[in-house]
Design a protein around this ligand. Structure first.
Ligand SMILES: Cc1cc2nc3c(=O)[nH]c(=O)nc-3n(C[C@H](O)[C@H](O)[C@H](O)COP(=O)(O)OP(=O)(O)OC[C@H]3O[C@@H](n4cnc5c(N)ncnc54)[C@H](O)[C@@H]3O)c2cc1C
Length: 406
C-alpha cells in the first residue's frame, strides 16, 4: 500500500474538473495524503466550491447566510490546499494523448492525473419556455434568483416534480407562507425509489401542510402574462393552474458532453472501474461517476452529498496508487417541514417493506426494505439514529431476520 507522500512516479500535476463537493474533497485528500505537486481546479461557476443542500432549505427560506456555504478544508488551511483555481470557465474537451484539458476560453491545462467531478445539471421539460418566473434549482445563483421572486411577489407557486428537490422547495415555500401546488406525473411520488406505501407517506406530509398536491399530473405547457412572465401551467387534462412562480424539478443529467470523443466510456455518467478509475491516471467522482459497487453487485451512479464527498476522497487515493474498491452503502437525507427523511441502501419498489419503529400516522418511523432474505434498505422519518443502525446492518450483509430482530 502506498505511504503518504509516496505518490506514483510521474504524478506531478493533477487537474480537477468540477469545483464542487467531489472535486474539493479530492483536492483536499491529495494534500492530506502528502501530494506536493501542482493541483489545478477548473470550475464552470465563478464561485469557490460551496454546499448545495441548503439551497432548497435554509438559504431559500432566508434563514441562512450564503457566507456559510463555501467548503472549508478540514485540518488544513485554505493556503495549505495550494490550489490554482480556474473559476468561471468550463472545460470543453479532453485529450488523453497529450494529457490536456481544453477550456472554453481557448486555453489548456496539462495534467498527469485527472479528477472528473463535473456533477449534474437540471433536466428541463420538453419545450420549456424562457419566461420570467420559471426557475430551476441547482446553483447558488439559481437559488438567489428564486429567493428574490419569493421575496417580491404575493406568490402562487407551482412546483413541477415531487422528487426530493421539488418536495423541499414546496416545503420551504409553504413555510414562507406561499400558496403551493405540487405537480407529479406519477401516481405516487418517489414510487420508483420508495415503493407505493412509503411514497404515499412522503406525499401526505405535503397535504398535512396545506400543499395542493396533484398526482398523475403531466405538464403540457405554460401560459405567460403577455409581458414575458409566467402566469400559469397547463396540465395534460387541459386545465390550467395559475402561477406567479414555477419551479421545475424533474431530475438531473450528468455533465459529460465535454468528454465526448475523448475515448472515455460515457453511459449515463463517466464509467469507471470499482476503484473509480476511468482510464490510466484518470478518475471520476460524485454525481457524474458510474461505477460497479461490489457490495451490491450493481453498477450505480449516486446523486447524494455523502457519496460526492466519500467518492472524491476515494478517487484521489486511487490516483495516488491505492487499489481498494469503492463500495459504500449510499445514503442521503432530505429536510421537509419538521421532518428529516433519510434513506440508506439500494431499495426497489418491489422489495418487502416492514415498519420496525414508530408509525406512519405519527409521521415518525423507520421502515426496512428486504430482498432475497437480506436487508437492502432503510427509510427513516425523524429516526436518524435508527437509520444509521440499519445502514450498518446493510453494510454487514445482515439477513432479513436479523434486521427484524435488531
Ligand atoms: C438544491 C439541492 C439540494 C440538495 N440537497 C441534498 C440533500 O439534502 N441531501 C443529499 O444527500 N444531497 C443533496 N443534494 C445533492 C448534492 O448536493 C450533490 O449530490 C452534490 O452536490 C454532488 O457533488 P458533485 O461535486 O459530484 O457535483 P456538483 O455539485 O453537481 O458540482 C459539479 C460542478 O462542476 C461544474 N462543471 C460542470 N461541467 C463543467 C465543465 N465542463 N467544466 C468545469 N466545471 C464544470 C459545475 O458547474 C459544478 O459546479 C442537493 C442538491 C441540490 C442542487
Amino acid at each position: 500500500m502506498p505511504e503518504a507522500g509516496d505518490h506514483p512516479r510521474g504524478l506531478n500535476a493533477v487537474t480537477v474538473v468540477g469545483a464542487s463537493l467531489a472535486g474539493f474533497r479530492a483536492a483536499e485528500t491529495l494534500r492530506e495524503e502528502g501530494f506536493t505537486g501542482r493541483i489545478t481546479v477548473v470550475g464552470a461557476e465563478v464561485h469557490l466550491p460551496y454546499d448545495r443542500p441548503p439551497l432548497s432549505k435554509d438559504v431559500l427560506a432566508g434563514h441562512k447566510d450564503i457566507d456559510s456555504l463555501p467548503f472549508k478544508p478540514v485540518g488544513l488551511s485554505f493556503d495549505d490546499l495550494d490550489v490554482d483555481w480556474r473559476l468561471g470557465v468550463a472545460a470543453s474537451g479532453l485529450d488523453l494523448g497529450t494529457r490536456e484539458v481544453q477550456l472554453e476560453d481557448g486555453s489548456t491545462v496539462a495534467f498527469d492525473g485527472l479528477v472528473i467531478a463535473t456533477g449534474t445539471r437540471v433536466r428541463t421539460l420538453p419545450n420549456q419556455p424562457q419566461h420570467d418566473g420559471i426557475h430551476m434549482l441547482r446553483t447558488l445563483d439559481d437559488c438567489l434568483r428564486l429567493r428574490a421572486d419569493f421575496d417580491a411577489l404575493p406568490s402562487r407557486v407551482v412546483v413541477v416534480g415531487a422528487g426530493f428537490i421539488g418536495a423541499e422547495v414546496a416545503a420551504t415555500a409553504r413555510e414562507r407562507g406561499l400558496e403551493v401546488t405540487l405537480l407529479e406525473a406519477l401516481e405516487v411520488p418517489l414510487q420508483r425509489v420508495l415503493g407505493d406505501q412509503m411514497g404515499a407517506v412522503c406525499a401526505e406530509i405535503h397535504r398535512d401542510h396545506g400543499v395542493d398536491l396533484r398526482l398523475s399530473a403531466g405538464v403540457d405547457g405554460f401560459v405567460d402574462d403577455g409581458a414575458g412572465r409566467v402566469a400559469g401551467v397547463v396540465l395534460s387534462d387541459g386545465s390550467t393552474v395559475d402561477a406567479d412562480v414555477v419551479v421545475v424539478g424533474v431530475g438531473v443529467v450528468p455533465n459529460t458532453e465535454w468528454l465526448e470523443g475523448s475515448g472515455l466510456t460515457l453511459d449515463n455518467g463517466v464509467v469507471c472501474d470499482e476503484t473509480c478509475l476511468a482510464a490510466p491516471g484518470v478518475v471520476a467522482a460524485g454525481d457524474v461517476a458510474r461505477w460497479p459497487n461490489r457490495r451490491f453487485g450493481e453498477t450505480m451512479r449516486v446523486e447524494h452529498w455523502e457519496n460526492a464527498q466519500e467518492q472524491g476522497e476515494h478517487a484521489a487515493r486511487t490516483l495516488l496508487g491505492h487499489t481498494e474498491p469503492y463500495q459504500p452503502v449510499p445514503w442521503f437525507w432530505s429536510d421537509q417541514y419538521d421532518r428529516k427523511i433519510q434513506l440508506a441502501g439500494r431499495n426497489r419498489p418491489d422489495d418487502e417493506v416492514q415498519i420496525v419503529d414508530g408509525s406512519i400516522e405519527e409521521r415518525r418511523f423507520a421502515a426496512i426494505y428486504g430482498r432475497n432474505g437480506a436487508i437492502v434498505g432503510v427509510l427513516g422519518m425523524n429516526r436518524p439514529r435508527m437509520v444509521m443502525q440499519y445502514r450498518k446492518l446493510i453494510a454487514d450483509g445482515a439477513s432479513w431476520d436479523e434486521a427484524l430482530n435488531l
